[in-house]
Design a protein around this ligand. Structure first.
Ligand SMILES: *[C@@H]1O[C@H](CO)[C@@H](O)[C@H](O)[C@H]1NC(C)=O
Ligand SMILES: *[C@@H]1O[C@H](CO)[C@@H](O)[C@H](O)[C@H]1NC(C)=O
Ligand SMILES: *[C@@H]1O[C@H](CO)[C@@H](O)[C@H](O)[C@H]1NC(C)=O
Ligand SMILES: *[C@@H]1O[C@H](CO)[C@@H](O)[C@H](O)[C@H]1NC(C)=O
Ligand SMILES: *[C@@H]1O[C@H](CO)[C@@H](O)[C@H](O)[C@H]1NC(C)=O
Ligand SMILES: *[C@@H]1O[C@H](CO)[C@@H](O)[C@H](O)[C@H]1NC(C)=O
Ligand SMILES: *[C@@H]1O[C@H](CO)[C@@H](O)[C@H](O)[C@H]1NC(C)=O
Length: 673
């Protein structure tokens, strides 16, 4: 299958008054062209993929090499960066204190993983890390190269569950590789969400060429309990000596650790004098050291980085790039498109066969970081572009419900958490259902049960200090209000966000219920999906805006609550506020299932268009929407519902040209997967 994106790539920006025939032509082209048959000779996607697009400027995109949805994501881990905590491991400056096997991409909450690391050091090692800038990195698909300040060049490449390193040491220095089993990413600026090392061990083979062991960590944005990762490392050159270390070294660059739980421990391989080229390969597993070694043996039986790189490139070609043809001569646009396609295939991670918690023949995906970030646009794209993975994801979500009790809204290190608004896996499933993903592989009775659990059973409170009212782990924390009043009162945090998302989620249930012939449920959840209307206050107004009517927090007695309410503000916009990361005026548009009613409430077609015009600044005036954050991602497309399609074209092009670019800071916010 090929998707032609020629129309989306047509580069001319049409001025506000220029709704023209050429636009109409573009719109006619926008329908994806699905052509059967083999893909044409594809161009090398490296020509257009900038792996660093969004890695800087707060985008936190992971630039290291990996496979599509790969479990192993190899990358450098940087500390003391002027850019702040390194959420994906990478930062444009600062010191490299490890090159590790697992990362997330684009997250904004706090860093996770950065585990199973190696670090090359030269000379008479005292564990002083001196790998500051300039440290030019080169990255291409399936390949990373870094020149460390200490003179060591490192190249590395990944398979699904293993990775390979090639070190070139300066000839006149002793060559060492540190295996730091406590290594992990930290969040010095958000210590309450940092990870901790809680235990581990490492054993070295008698010929000093291999090591195996395990490390256990806890903490992170999802406030995970203990989880363990096992590793199996090999060198092509046996060391001449191996020493172990426990505790911090004296160098000031190593004193960032603030907890006694967070000590350094590991082993240092020192290679024979004159060794300049040293190769290593490492397998990892969530199951056991034996499985880590088996994964390594199955996936890398050589020490050639290029071989592994070209296998990775092949996987990216067949799973992603062969499916999309961009007819554009504009290389800026092509770079933005291809780099975004790349970056949107990093999470979740395919962990099938690597689930330590239960035995199942179903696929398993972890690193939903997070569904709240991707259910609006990205999982629907997977359902079109990558139905095999999409089916596996849905089956994995359903299996997680069956074995853990709930589907996640976010999940990492095999544990659910955190839920930001609704139980949006309901939308992931509903979209897969209507697109007939999985073609019989998905047990929809179980899938529907998972959705009903979200919609009917309140999860136990995990007593989150940021939102003590109800669960942030999974499910719908504010369910009692939803069932009693048909909206969430301010007795619960994020009352407006939850009301809007629970309505959308219930629409997801109605879609699947209808398809399964559950007519009563279909009616019930369709009814509940209209509950967002309960918090629409037709009298609500905002200074400077002629139109009236916005969503607003509502009390249990039915009156609207005016305390600290402004449709144009979300206060702190965080866990304890009425709206999470979006203003009432933004969340008010978030009813893709009920647009006809929204248009009517908004004052009819012309006022609706005027309201949309005020969102992104395309037509001068207000800029009420934030295209750098998810709640407004669907809004530019709403013109399509009132026969103003040309304004969707103008708006999306304006946003692309004004808020995105092909550079390393090319995203207007965290990429959020
Ligand atoms: C990156 O790779 C290219 C192509 O191999 C090479 O010419 C260039 O010197 C490398 N850049 C750095 C900073 O090493
Ligand atoms: C080992 O990792 C820990 C945790 O990331 C870090 O604090 C310490 O500096 C590292 N030590 C070495 C020698 O790499
Ligand atoms: C290519 O696209 C970019 C982004 O839309 C635009 O700024 C630039 O003018 C275009 N270049 C050409 C030659 O059309
Ligand atoms: C997911 O991973 C498993 C185990 O490596 C593999 O067999 C399966 O093909 C992967 N799924 C897809 C859709 O590639
Ligand atoms: C749907 O809601 C309407 C009123 O809001 C109510 O009359 C009707 O009984 C509801 N239907 C179901 C199936 O709950
Ligand atoms: C919170 O719940 C209490 C008890 O049900 C109720 O009296 C109160 O009005 C509610 N607060 C709001 C803001 O609705
Ligand atoms: C309005 O909201 C405030 C702040 O949440 C709350 O303290 C107050 O009780 C609410 N008013 C009513 C009438 O429930």
């Amino acid at each position: 299958m090929k998707l032609s994106t020629s129309a989306l790539l047509a580069s001319s920006i049409v001025s506000a008054n220029g709704a023209s025939l050429s636009l109409l032509n573009d719109l006619l082209d926008i329908v994806p062209i699905l052509s059967p048959g083999p893909s044409s000779t594809s161009t090398d996607p490296n020509q257009y993929v900038n792996l660093f697009l969004g890695a800087d400027g707060g985008g936190h995109v992971f630039p290291g090499p990996t496979l599509p949805f790969g479990m192993v994501k190899m990358g450098i881990d940087v500390i003391n960066s002027a850019a702040g905590d390194a959420y994906s491991g990478y930062a444009p400056d600062g010191q490299v204190d490890g090159i590790s096997m697992m990362h997330e991409s684009g997250t904004g909450g706090a860093p996770e993983y950065g585990v199973v690391a190696q670090l090359p050091l030269t000379g008479n090692v005292n564990l002083a890390i001196d790998n500051s800038q300039p440290r030019p990195d080169n990255a291409s698909i399936g390949y990373y190269q870094i020149f460390l300040q200490n003179g060591v060049e490192v190249e590395f490449a990944p398979t699904a569950h293993a990775g390979i390193y090639h070190y070139t040491f300066p000839a006149d220095q002793a060559a060492n590789v540190v295996v730091n089993i406590t290594h992990h990413l930290r969040a010095p600026s958000r210590p309450y969400w940092t990870q901790y090392f809680t235990g581990g061990n490492v054993a070295v083979s008698s010929d000093l060429s291999q090591y195996t062991g395990e490390s256990t960590f806890k903490g992170g944005w999802g406030e995970q309990g203990d989880w363990s990762i096992y590793f199996c490392g090999q060198f092509d050159t046996p060391a001449k000596s191996v020493s172990s270390f426990v505790g911090q070294a004296s160098s000031s660059s190593l004193t960032a650790s603030s907890s006694s739980q967070d000590q350094a421990a590991g082993v240092i391989f020192t290679f024979p004098d004159g060794a300049t080229d040293v190769n290593s390969r490492v397998g990892i597993s969530f199951l056991s050291t034996d499985q880590a070694c088996a994964n390594l043996a199955a996936e890398i039986n050589h020490y050639d980085v290029q071989t592994t790189t070209s296998q990775a490139l092949d996987a990216w070609q067949s799973e992603v790039f062969d499916k999309v043809t961009a007819d554009t001569s504009n290389s800026t646009i092509a770079t933005m498109l291809y780099s975004s396609l790349y970056a949107t295939h990093l999470l979740p991670s395919n962990r099938t066969g690597e689930n330590p918690l239960w035995t199942s023949s179903e696929p398993y995906y972890d690193d939903w970081f997070t569904i709240w970030d991707i259910f609006r646009c990205l999982t629907p794209l997977y359902n079109i572009m990558n139905p095999d993975h999409a089916s596996g994801m849905v089956r994995g979500l359903i299996d997680t419900y069956k074995n853990n009790g709930y589907m996640p809204d976010a999940r990492s290190a095999n544990q659910n958490g955190r839920t930001q608004g609704g139980s949006n896996a309901d939308i992931v499933l509903a979209d897969a259902y209507i697109k007939n993903i999985g073609q019989g592989e998905i047990n929809w009775n179980d899938g529907y049960s998972a959705m009903v659990k979200d919609a009917e059973v309140q999860p136990p409170n995990n007593n989150d200090p940021f939102a003590p009212d109800s669960s942030t782990k999974e499910g719908r924390g504010a369910l009692p209000d939803w069932l009693k009043y048909g909206y969430i009162t301010r007795n619960y945090t994020r009352s407006v966000t939850r009301t809007m998302e629970y309505a959308m989620d219930d629409f997801g249930l109605s879609v699947v219920a209808q398809g399964l012939g559950k007519t009563a449920d279909y009616q019930k959840y369709l009814n509940r999906s209209a509950n967002w209307r309960n918090i629409w206050n037709p009298e609500a107004s905002a200074k400077g805006y002629s139109y009236k009517g916005f969503i607003q927090p509502r009390n249990s007695d039915g009156t609207f609550n005016n305390t600290n309410y402004d449709p144009m503000s979300c206060g702190g916009c965080y866990w304890g506020d009425d709206e999470y990361e979006g203003k009432p005026v933004e969340y008010g548009f978030a009813v893709p299932h009920d647009i006809a009613t929204l248009v009517e409430y908004a004052g009819g077609d012309q006022t609706f268009i005027k309201r949309l015009d005020d969102m992104f600044g395309v037509y001068g005036g207000a800029v009420l929407g934030d295209i750098g954050n998810e709640p407004s991602f669907l809004t530019p497309f709403l013109y399509n519902f009132v026969n103003a399609q040309y304004k969707t074209v103008e708006t999306t092009r304006y946003l692309i040209n004004n808020h995105f670019n092909s550079g390393n800071s090319g995203l207007p916010g965290n990429s959020d997967a």
